[in-house]
Each structure stands twice: as structure tokens, then as C-alpha cells.
Design a protein around this ligand. Structure first.
Ligand code: ADP
Length: 502
């Protein structure tokens, strides 16, 4: 691989990893090529250069990985491990991820485009904390005992209790915007529950999961407990989603693909959790400091280049300060410098791929065509790399495509509103319901608004804050089930009721 343009920025560990050139699949504890030898390329979105070749798994490889996961679940040392031993292994993995955080952040930056500093401060910090949080749950899985009242056996005596049991083999299909972090959102609770996993990272960003695979081996997880299969959606994702040997699918990605996965899962009665798209409103009430609200709203949409499922992509500002807030956000956007994830002065990196760049640009054109005023941005940055300027589209209509559809890029739409009733109705006028933020210090208004908002998370005076202990997921077409928090663990457990006649 030609690493000449990045070799001065990357650590020895990252260079060593990338110099392998071609990366393999992790199946049953071994690194193996795809059965048919197929590979695909992954590019640095800041330079468009190929940075690695990666094995392209197909149905045969998925089948091998699922069988390895099944064997590890039913027979291997993992199946007999006590909760405290699982906890120790997950903690050991967290320590290793922490020790390798710089290399992982660099790899995330080269593969995804985000800044190394952001990858460390957000992706890696959250990954380590969440692994530790979930490790603790391994020893706190509890059933319950009941006082029975079996109505048709009045004289009989029973001992009745419930057990929580690992659901089995988990297929985890994850996206490219927070590649490692979201992979661990699935792995953490699955491993704490005692499941085994087949993980499929996104084809745009397969590298951090493969690096994690090394650390999983080093931590001492038995073979087959975590298998990592790289490949695209149709070649690797779809066979995993419809494999009858998978007991649970945990997916994060687009609503369109989430529905396909849901259908495939129901055919096999595979359990599923779907964390899908969003079009999250940012609601600025009339008591706000306009500058603080503008800074918050700009961060809500431009963080991670807008490639965040809960990005604050629809801004609603009370009409009395609409011009001021939108003008301020425009200034912030105009000042932002774009550059590679290794450029410490850059405030925004490239989008992940040519496809994503084309998609975002076509939405900007649709906004322009629908009569939106371009307050900032509105174009790609010339030169190499998939860079698009942070964009603010003002005075769009509520039913315009740019307001209704998920763009997944640094594009904000802005609309003025008159009353709380009006803004609540507009906030909910979306197929999605992942997140929403309210900007105000008026407690009474805030508390009246929170229950009206149909979204899995409501933030007040912040946006996109996440915590390992706080459930994250969507209402409506933003998904089914929750990642993070205790709820996430429940999604990897079955409940068994036991009656013992005594
Ligand atoms: P995006 O549109 O943001 O790339 P996707 O929903 O297409 O998001 O991708 C998220 C994940 O789903 C990726 O790992 C991708 O490979 C996978 N995927 C895409 N299509 C399918 C499919 N038909 N079945 C299973 N997985 C898929």
C-alpha cells in the first residue's frame, strides 16, 4: 500500500496494520480469506486513495462464521464460562482498546474521514466506557421467583421462577459513521449476556473492526465467540440477516435496509433490534440567548459532518429571533475550515464516500430547486476528497424533500415558527423519531414540550449527548428496540419460565 501521504501522521501500530495490505476475515479464531478469494478496496475519503484491500465475504463465508459462532455458543469454553469470567474478558478487551486508542482513532480517521482528535475523544472514549459498563452487567443478569396461583390446580404446589438466558448467535450489522463505537454497542451486551457474534462492519469502513479482531484474540476470547466478516450489504449482510442459524440480528443503518432486515428476520423468527434513520428537529424557544442557540444548533448538525443518525438537521426557531439565529449559524458555517482528519486546524472532514458526496450534493440541489435560500455552503469543496461545505438552507417549506428526507450530511434546513403548538406539530411531522433538542431555560415550557415530542431521546440545551447507561433508539421509522443502557442487555436475553411441581 502507498502510505506516503499519511506516513508522517500515523503511529507505528497504524502503519504496521496498514502495511499488511490485504486483510482477512476472522472466523473461528483464525484469519482466513474469503472462500472464493474475493476482495474489495477501501479508500481514504480525504484523498480518495486506496488504503487497503479487504476480504469480501459471501454466503459461504457467512455460513462458516455462523457455524463457528454456534459451536462456540453450544460447546466451546465460552458456553461454560461463569459470568465473572465473561466480565473479566470484556474488561480486558476494554483495556486493550484503551491501550490501542491512538491507532484505532487513526484508522477510523483514514477509513471514515473524521478527525483523529474527535475519534479519540468521542468514538474511542465511548467504546472503552461502554465495554466497561456492559462488562459489569455480565454478573447482574437476574430472573425472578413468583408466588404462583395456578387457578386450575388448587391443591398443587409449584416452585416457579424465571431464568434469563443468552439468546444465542447474534448477527451484528453496523454502519460507517461510527464504525467501532456502534460495533461495540452490539458486541458489549451480546458478550455480557453470553452470546456469540458474527459482526459485519460497513464496506466503507471495515478496518477498525478488523483491528478490534486482533485485540479480541489477544484478550483471550475463545475461538468463534466473535467472528468478523467484511463485505458489502448484498454479498455479506443479506446472507447474515437471513441465515436460519442466527438467533438475533442487531442492526444500525438506513431505514430502507432496516426494513429488509426486519422482513428477513421475521421469516426465521430471529429476534431483531433496528436503529435506523433520523431527521431530528432542533427547537429554539423564544427565551434563548440567540448566540448560544446558534452555536448549539451548528454543532448539532455539523458534528461528524452531519453523518449522525440523530443529527439536528431540521431547525425551528421562534420568529422573533429566527433571522438572528440563522444568520449566526451561517457565519459559523462560513468560517469552518475543511481538511483531512490529520489536519488539526480543520473543523470538518470529508464525507465517507463518493456515493455519499453525490447524495448530499443532490439534496442541496433539490433544496435550491424548491426555492430554499442558501445562507451558507451549498457546494462541494474543489480538489481531491469528498468534501462538501457546511450548508444552511433557509425558508424551506415543511413538506420539501430536504425537510422530510434524511440527507446524512452537513445540511441544515431552517424554518421560523409562531407558537409552541405549531412547532410541536412540525417537529413530529416526520416519518422519523430518533432525537430532538429543545433550546430554552423556561422550565415550564420545556417540560410541557418534552412529552409532546415523538422521539427516542429529547435533549435540552444540548444535542447528540450519549451515555453508556442511557437507552438510545427510535420511535416510528427510526427503529425498534434500544441500544445502550440496561435495555440493550435485555435484547440479547430470552426469558424462560420454570414450573416445578413439588
Ligand atoms: P448507508 O445507506 O448509510 O450506507 P446502509 O443501511 O446501506 O446504510 O448500511 C448499513 C449496513 O447495512 C452496512 O453494513 C451495509 O453493508 C449493510 N447492508 C446494506 N444492505 C444490506 C442488506 N440488503 N442486507 C443486510 N445488510 C445490508
Amino acid at each position: 500500500m502507498d502510505l506516503s501521504d499519511i506516513q508522517h501522521f500515523i503511529s507505528e501500530r497504524t502503519a504496521g496494520f496498514l502495511k499488511r495490505g490485504t486483510h482477512q476475515l476472522l472466523i473461528d479464531g483464525e484469519w482466513v480469506s474469503a472462500a472464493n478469494g474475493a476482495t474489495f478496496e477501501t479508500r481514504n475519503p480525504a484523498t480518495e486513495k486506496v488504503i487497503a484491500k479487504v476480504a469480501a465475504a459471501g454466503a459461504e463465508d457467512i455460513d462458516r462464521a455462523v457455524r463457528a459462532a454456534r459451536k462456540a455458543f453450544e460447546e466451546g469454553p465460552w458456553s461454560g464460562m461463569r459470568p465473572v469470567e465473561r466480565e473479566r474478558l470484556i474488561l480486558r478487551l476494554a483495556d486493550l482498546v484503551e491501550e490501542h486508542a491512538q491507532a484505532l482513532a487513526e484508522i477510523e480517521s483514514i477509513d471514515n474521514g473524521k478527525a483523529v482528535a474527535i475519534a479519540r475523544a468521542v468514538d474511542l472514549a465511548m467504546t472503552v466506557d461502554f465495554l466497561r459498563y456492559m462488562a459489569g452487567w455480565a454478573t447482574k443478569i437476574e430472573g425472578s421467583t413468583q408466588e404462583h396461583s395456578v387457578p386450575y390446580a388448587l391443591k398443587a404446589e409449584f416452585v416457579t421462577y424465571t431464568r434469563r438466558e443468552a439468546v444465542g448467535v447474534v448477527g451484528a450489522i453496523v454502519p460507517w459513521n461510527f464504525p467501532l463505537m456502534v460495533a461495540v454497542w452490539k458486541l458489549g451486551p451480546a458478550l455480557a449476556a453470553g452470546c456469540t457474534v458474527v459482526l459485519k462492519p460497513a464496506e466503507q469502513t471495515p478496518l477498525s473492526a478488523l483491528y478490534l479482531g486482533e485485540l479480541i484474540r489477544e484478550a483471550g476470547f475463545p475461538p468463534g465467540v466473535v467472528n468478523i466478516v467484511t463485505g458489502d450489504g448484498l454479498g455479506a449482510g443479506a446472507p447474515l440477516a437471513r441465515h436460519p442459524g442466527v438467533n438475533k440480528i442487531s442492526f444500525t443503518g438506513s431505514t430502507e435496509v432496516g426494513k429488509l432486515i426486519g422482513h428477513a428476520s421475521v421469516d426465521n423468527m430471529t429476534r431483531f433490534t433496528l436503529e435506523l434513520g433520523g431527521k431530528s428537529p432542533v427547537i429554539v424557544l423564544d427565551d434563548c440567548d440567540p448566540e448560544a442557540a446558534a452555536a448549539g444548533a451548528a454543532n448539532a448538525i455539523f458534528f461528524n459532518h452531519g453523518q449522525v443518525c440523530c443529527a439536528g438537521s431540521r431547525l425551528y426557531v421562534h420568529k422573533k429571533m429566527y433571522e438572528r439565529v440563522v444568520g449566526e449559524i451561517g457565519k459559523i458555517a462560513d468560517r469552518m475550515t475543511l481538511g483531512s482528519g490529520f489536519d488539526a486546524s480543520a473543523q470538518m472532514g470529508p464525507l465517507v464516500s463518493q456515493e455519499q458526496l453525490d447524495r448530499v450534493c443532490s439534496y442541496i440541489e433539490a433544496g435550491r430547486a424548491s426555492g430554499a435560500e442558501i445562507v451558507a455552503g451549498g457546494e462541494r469543496q474543489p480538489g481531491a476528497g469528498y468534501f462538501v461545505r457546511p450548508t444552511v438552507l433557509a425558508n424551506v417549506s415543511q413538506n420539501a424533500r430536504v425537510v422530510q428526507e434524511e440527507i446524512f450530511g452537513p445540511v441544515l434546513t431552517a424554518l421560523p415558527y409562531d407558537s409552541i403548538e405549531e412547532v410541536a406539530a412540525w417537529a413530529n411531522d416526520s416519518p422519523y423519531g430518533l432525537g430532538a433538542s429543545i433550546w430554552s431555560n423556561n422550565l415550564s415550557k420545556v417540560h410541557r414540550l418534552i412529552p409532546k415530542i415523538k422521539a427516542g431521546t429529547v435533549w435540552v440545551n444540548c444535542h447528540s449527548a450519549l451515555d453508556p447507561s442511557m437507552p438510545f433508539g427510535g420511535y416510528k421509522q427510526s427503529g425498534i428496540g434500544r441500544d445502550l443502557g440496561r435495555n440493550a442487555l435485555d435484547a440479547y436475553l430470552e426469558t424462560k419460565s420454570v414450573f416445578i411441581a413439588v
